[in-house]
Design a protein around this ligand. Structure first.
Ligand code: NAD
Ligand code: ZN
Length: 435
């Protein structure tokens, strides 16, 4: 009571694309009575019976959904059992005084007296602890938990696929260790043949996007698929690559041409691993952070590092849960700045780093959107061949009827996918190129 279940539940549901059900409201609607009325007429015991029936039915019928439980629902053993078996149960943490301040003026039958409220809080705390799979304080915590993303979680695994540099700087031991230098088909084939785990084994991936992409791909295909967990060690990995279930290897013909959607069971994020990251790699990650901030409408790049990572990871997790296999269009927004960026990368024959290319691409997307460019994106135009960049951009987007589909922003935090006039796109691209 007073923890914010309704508010946070509704926000989390919107972010991950699930329906939201507030059980107290459902009960009131179906009985055509308010909860205080039901308490008065049926007593608390009578209410608990109705509440348990409703809760169990909802858990069965309405999946997948985000459900806000009544504060006393966990007092019924059958509800606790159903939660254990069928739900990810998130305990919203709140101090008793804060909860009391929020509910004291309400008409809730069990919030009439401060002492009584405190005693109830203490008594239920034990049941909440038992029922909870995870604890959360805000919406981001809930969304992260929904996709198995943890800060400070304990690593596990039966085989470790690792980036050699990360392994050297931050040693870790989990079963047999395999290092990988590149996400190529040949490396994947070597791993398929050398892995010694069974169908029930778990692959742990330890490194940046190169490592988590190939390890996830190997996990998706080895013995038709085994479980995997990701332990990203770069900023790109922690805010982007390790999240969202896309796994891949590159081919000589192009990047990420072979892969699979295979979500890791858990993503363990430890920002302390980034202390050794070279500056250029940090900048790569910052471009994705700025992209996420523009999409979310928050200056995420200005937060302390751990908060930045948490917010970016949660944002990407929400988008990916709403569109897990890239079929609903929602994931498309994550390409903000990337159409221009990829064109510049290709025109430079990949001498230009991905982060720098994306920073330039974001500038162009903001210009076409008619929005101001934040200082963090101060970037110099690059020297590449204009015609090659333009050709690459058109190829990348398979321009439809002469128009080019772009992710743009109606405003900060309001991405839209729309078709733009080639002339306008060309002009924005040209502005990124020097000479
Ligand atoms: N799956 C996805 O959704 C997704 C999203 C974005 C990018 N990606 C992929 O990710 C790859 C890029 O990932 P990346 O930017 O993490 O690069 P990376 O994995 O190649 O790592 C970059 C460099 O950092 C080093 N390194 C790793 N951890 C370190 C640490 N803690 N300290 C010091 N050095 C460390 C590595 O040895 C490497 O030299 C690309 O292949 C891209 O396609 C995938
Ligand atoms: Zn990118």
């Amino acid at each position: 009571m007073g923890a914010g279940k309704t508010t946070i539940g509704a926000l989390a549901a919107a972010q991950i694309g699930r329906r939201f059900i507030d059980l107290d409201r459902e009960i009131e609607r179906s009985l055509r009575r308010t909860i205080p009325e039901v308490f008065q007429e049926e007593g608390e015991a009578g209410f608990r019976v109705i509440e348990a029936e409703r809760t169990l039915e909802t858990l069965w019928r309405e999946r997948p959904a985000v459900i806000s439980l009544g504060g006393g629902a966990v007092e019924t053993p059958a509800v606790r059992k159903a939660l254990r078996e069928h739900a990810l149960t998130v305990l919203l943490e709140v101090e008793v005084d804060e909860a009391w301040e929020r509910v004291r003026a309400s008409a809730r039958p069990l919030a009439e007296d401060a002492e009584q409220f405190r005693a109830l809080y203490e008594r239920r705390q034990v049941l909440y602890d038992e029922a909870a799979d995870v604890r959360a304080r805000d919406v981001d915590d809930v969304v992260l938990a929904a996709l198995g993303i943890e800060f400070g979680g304990q690593p596990e695994g039966d085989a470790l696929i690792a980036d050699p540099r990360a392994l050297e700087l931050h040693p870790i031991q989990l079963g047999e260790t395999y290092t990988v230098e590149a996400k190529t088909f040949a490396e994947a084939a070597r791993l398929w043949r050398e892995l010694e785990i069974g169908r029930d084994g778990t692959v742990a991936a330890y490194g940046g996007g190169t490592t988590t992409d190939i390890a996830g791909f190997v996990a998706a295909t080895y013995m038709r698929g085994v479980r995997w967990i990701a332990i990203p060690t770069t900023l790109v990995g922690q805010v982007d690559a390790a999240i969202g279930g896309k796994t891949a290897v590159d081919l000589p013909e192009g990047k990420n041409l072979v892969g699979a959607f295979h979500f890791p069971d858990r993503v363990l994020i430890d920002p302390a691993l980034l202390a050794t990251l070279p500056e250029a790699e940090r900048r790569n990650g910052m471009s994705e952070v700025v992209k996420t901030g523009l999409l979310a409408g928050r200056r995420l790049w200005e937060l302390p590092q751990e908060e930045t990572i948490r917010a970016c990871a949660a944002f990407k997790a929400g988008v990916c849960m709403a569109d897990p296999f890239e079929q609903k269009g929602r994931r498309e927004i994550l390409n903000l700045g990337h159409t221009f960026g990829h064109a510049l990368e290709a025109a430079s024959e990949y001498r230009l780093g991905h982060g720098e290319a994306v920073a330039l691409g974001l500038t162009a997307a903001l210009r076409v959107s008619g929005l101001e460019i934040p200082d963090v994106l101060e970037v110099e135009p690059v020297r590449v061949d204009r015609e090659r960049a333009w050709a690459a951009l058109q190829r990348d987007k398979k321009a439809r009827k002469g128009k080019i589909r772009l992710v743009l922003l109606e405003d900060l935090g309001k991405p839209v996918v729309r078709e733009a006039e080639p002339k306008e796109v060309r002009a924005a691209l040209d502005e990124l190129i020097a000479g």
